[in-house]
Design a protein around this ligand. Structure first.
Ligand code: SF4
Length: 121
């Protein structure tokens, strides 16, 4: 089986060709080892990060930027987004504060990435 994909590990965006034969994965087109690792992970367990916003109860800062603290399985992105969309922040949290601990048991926290709420106090 051959697949093509673009490596998203760095801005070079190498075009990768990936072959899987008998459980062995071969990668070409990568300019460095990270591209091979990316392709293997894409085939076996693709992971992604999420950056988004949550609603707040404060008129001066109605939404607050957040991200997950580490990559999550690509297939769970919509589930995690649904959890993020349920949130209404009622305290003036700051950058790095945990908004959702261990979201959906995936081992990643959803954390604030901005001090906007605190700055507006
Ligand atoms: S293979 Fe290496 S150089 Fe190419 S995009 Fe991936 S990380 Fe960057």
């Amino acid at each position: 089986m051959e697949k093509t994909m673009v490596c998203i590990v760095c801005p070079a965006g190498c075009a990768l060709e990936v072959w899987e034969r008998g459980g062995e994965i071969t990668v070409s087109g990568n300019r460095c080892r990270r591209g091979e690792q990316f392709a293997v992970r894409e085939l076996t367990n693709p992971m992604r990060t999420i950056c988004s916003t949550v609603k707040t109860a404060f008129d001066d800062v109605p939404v607050l930027p957040v991200r997950v603290s580490c990559d999550i399985p690509k297939g769970r992105i919509f589930d995690v987004m649904a959890e993020i969309n349920k949130v209404l922040v009622r305290e003036r949290v700051g950058r790095g504060d945990i908004i959702i601990p261990n979201v959906l048991g995936l081992g990643a926290d959803v954390i604030a990435t901005s001090d906007l709420l605190r700055a507006a106090e």
